[in-house]
Design a protein around this ligand. Structure first.
Ligand code: NOJ
Length: 746
């Protein structure tokens, strides 16, 4: 009994410790503060400025590159504080050795890298992973990525990207969690917890909340473009995930390339100092984006890079990524009185604190163990987790007459399409050190998982882009020889990501014509889409009986899709970004504000509509099918009226009415009917993902508090107003049932 009590106390202590050490990571302990001050006193001004310099050494350039100063000379002179884009123990050790043996003060370097969805075991792109609505899974994949990255010598990842994005033309939607603020905030917390799971040990890495802020709203979806946004939309839609990241203890922040209302984020004192430091009390390091400091010149804000440095330092950017502009100009700016030594000291303190807290002064090589690197990276457990994550990220968009899963007695399958067997096309730009050869294609996945007596007839048919139809005949031949066709079409992974905006988000090239040719054979056709963004697929949806949204799923792509096609995993993913019917609908998202002349798909005259297209998306936010079916009761509430300090309980019965066991994500939305500021037609406030055996019913409960009803008043102050609220529950943002409640202020 006594032992049991002690054990419980010990577990409670451990979890308290963990929670605390994580969120307080950036708080100073007196011992570390003392060490930081002592070191600071020994540093020359040039060495201090050097700490603010992040060089990409001679590594991969992830942006336009300016001429570099002599890297090795700078390293030895203590003029580099951090390096990005170098990874792997051997490489990292080489540079760290120079810093800690040849520089005067032997200050260790911090090594950062874009570990976005895995280091070498590549998980689904973040947009896909968010469709799993599985926060535990998202935390776990970040933890695995952190373990691999840390084993490769890295200390810091430039992730998570938590830019809400409502415009699928923007290539970087692939890096985020879609269009919803509440969900993106929860994902932000999960990712920060995952990357920084045991910060201070050599198994986790510093996370970086990026891109602060509103980078997901460039005009016309063109990357790096200007952002024209109201204060309300910025505060209500784009900022909350970043606040959530701060509260989860994120160690670093990266300002976005774009401007907000004419002020580029890199020079935006209101954003970086007023909001981030003063309002949210962020204590960590702000690192610029690649070359973002000198880009203040072409932005039209600075006459030259010297003024750009002045603006960035005064706005609150601690570290200069990639260009060495701080090194070039900060000293002169101090001499001219435009920047103070006090400011520089504060910036250096933040960076040194991180190095002390990571234990790099005790052992600069504590992340550099070659044996551990070999043992940890791509171990079987990680690969198995990547497969699970990939399964859960898949969204079943259409499945007429239960075409899927594939019939057990099928004897032949045609596998066609440019994405069916091309490893290179599956690897996106942000796939860390993921190796092309480690990617399992769909064809390989099917071969790995199908019984050997089932004949697979493969033909590529055409390429992703281009007009060449000359190989259609081979694909048609393969279809004719098979009972069913699986067509893998979509985008090459390189068609989304940074600098990959598209004006036309339809399926490129002649791939839709290929599908038509396959349909003309009369064989049932299953389309497996691979894409990094929502595409316009209205025609495909009309013509094809089954569509599986396969996104880009990482190294386990083919195995996971095969698992779904064969029914080894019953799909459970739900879209986190609406699919528009056409480009003209963009931006289309579920939580819009209603017009005084509300539009509907009936296209009634004098309403908020198009004359040539429905207003609703093709597939709404939260949508996704399963091989089984679920029925929902209407939501019930614990009370019809509630007030401050009360908890309103909402419950709904969900039954698995189909023929398979399966998972379902039950979503809760609210609508504030009348308020002093118009409110969105729906706002996600909660979800639960549950597993139900066939025939099983479960009651799912949610809790709502007064704070969940809060919004910004006309004076931009948080308010909660009395009045009627509609609570909605259902399987997606469209098919909901509702109940009305009243909130009464005491
Ligand atoms: C530019 C990207 O915007 C940013 O997300 C990334 O972390 C840096 N390049 C470094 O590669």
């Amino acid at each position: 009994m006594k032992t049991k009590t002690l054990l419980i106390l010990w577990i409670a202590f451990l979890s308290f410790e963990r929670g605390n050490s994580q969120s307080l990571f950036m708080e100073a302990s007196p011992e570390i503060e003392e060490k930081v001050e002592k070191l600071l006193q020994q540093m020359t001004l040039a060495e201090k400025i050097g700490q603010l310099n992040q060089s990409n050494a001679n590594g991969v350039a992830t942006g336009p590159q300016k001429a570099q100063d002599d890297f090795y000379k700078q390293l030895e002179a203590g003029r580099i504080g951090s390096i990005l884009n170098i990874a792997g123990v051997e490489e990292i050790r080489k540079y760290q050795e120079i810093a800690v043996t040849r520089s005067r003060l032997k200050i260790p370097l911090l090594f950062g890298y874009d570990v976005i969805h895995g280091y070498k075991t590549i998980f689904p792109i973040p947009l896909a992973e968010s469709c799993s609505w599985d926060l535990e899974l998202m935390e776990k994949s970040a933890r695995i990525a952190a373990k691999e990255a840390a084993a490769a010598g890295l200390h810091w990842t430039f992730a998570p990207m938590i830019d809400v994005s409502r415009d699928p033309r923007w290539g970087r939607v692939l890096e985020g969690a879609g269009e919803d603020t509440w969900l993106t905030s929860r994902v932000a917390e999960a990712k920060v917890r995952g990357y920084q799971w045991n910060l201070g040990s050599n198994e986790s890495v510093l996370a970086c909340a990026k891109h602060f802020a509103a980078y997901g709203l460039p005009q016309a979806g063109k990357d790096y473009g200007t952002v024209d946004i109201s204060e309300r939309t910025l505060e209500e839609i784009y900022l909350p995930p970043f606040k959530a990241a701060v509260e989860a203890g994120v160690a670093t922040f990266m300002p976005a390339f774009n401007d907000i209302a004419g002020v580029p984020c890199t020079a935006n004192k209101w954003l970086l100092t007023e909001v981030l430091r003063n309002r949210w009390k962020f204590k960590g390091v702000v690192v610029s984006d690649w070359g973002a400091i000198w880009q203040l010149v072409p932005h039209g804000m600075a006459h030259g890079s010297k003024q750009a440095v002045e603006l960035s330092i005064n706005a609150g950017v601690d570290m200069d990524m990639a260009d060495g502009e701080y090194n070039r100009h900060a000293l002169a700016l101090i001499n001219e009185g435009k920047v103070t030594v006090g400011q520089i000291d504060e910036m250096v303190r933040r960076i040194l604190r991180m190095k002390f807290k990571l234990g790099l002064f005790d052992d600069p090589f504590r992340f550099c163990d070659v044996k551990r690197e070999k043992r940890v990276i791509r171990n079987c457990d990680f690969i198995a987790e990547a497969r699970k994550a990939a399964q859960k990220s898949i969204v079943l968009l259409k499945n007429e007459n239960h075409l899927l899963p594939l019939a057990k007695d099928i004897k032949s399958i045609a596998v066609v399409g440019p994405l069916a067997d091309n490893k290179q096309y599956l690897r996106d730009y942000w796939a860390g050190k993921g190796e092309v050869n480690d990617y399992v294609t769909l064809l390989e996945g099917l071969k790995n998982n199908l019984p050997s007596h089932i004949k697979i007839n493969y033909a590529k048919g055409c390429d992703v882009t281009g007009t060449d139809c000359s190989f259609f005949s081979e694909a048609v031949e393969a279809a004719n020889q098979s009972e069913l066709v699986i067509a893998a079409i979509g985008e090459r992974a390189s068609m989304s990501g940074e600098d990959a905006s598209r004006a036309d988000i339809s399926i490129p090239g002649v791939q839709e014509e290929l599908v038509q040719a396959l349909l003309d054979t009369g064989k049932p056709v299953v389309v497996v889409l691979m894409n990094g963004r929502p595409l316009t697929i209205s025609k495909l949806t009309e013509q094809v009986p089954a569509i599986v949204e396969g996104w880009f799923l990482g190294t386990e792509t083919g195995n996971a899709i095969a698992d779904v096609l064969l029914g080894k995993y019953n799909p459970s993913g739900k879209l986190t970004m609406s699919f528009p019917r056409n480009v003209g609908q963009i931006p289309v998202f579920y939580n819009y504000r209603q017009s005084g002349r509300p539009g509907t798909d009936k296209l009634t005259k004098w309403t908020n509509r198009f004359i040539d297209s429905p207003v609703s998306p093709l597939y709404p936010f939260g949508y996704g099918l399963s091989y089984t079916t679920f029925s929902y009761s209407a939501p019930r509430v614990s009370q019809k009226e509630f007030s401050t300090n009360e908890i309103l309980k909402v419950s709904v019965d969900v039954t698995n009415t189909g023929q398979y066991d399966g998972e379902e994500t039950i979503q809760l939305y609210i609508r504030d009917v009348i308020a002093s500021v118009t409110r969105p037609v729906k706002e996600l406030k909660g979800f639960k993902k549950i597993f139900l055996r066939k025939g099983e019913t479960r009651t799912v409960g949610f809790e709502l508090r007064a704070e969940d009803l809060s919004f910004l008043s006309q004076d931009m102050e948080p308010v909660i107003e009395s009045g009627e609220f509609i609570l909605m529950t259902g399987p997606n943002s469209k098919d909901v049932q509702s109940v009305k409640v009243k909130f009464v202020k005491p």
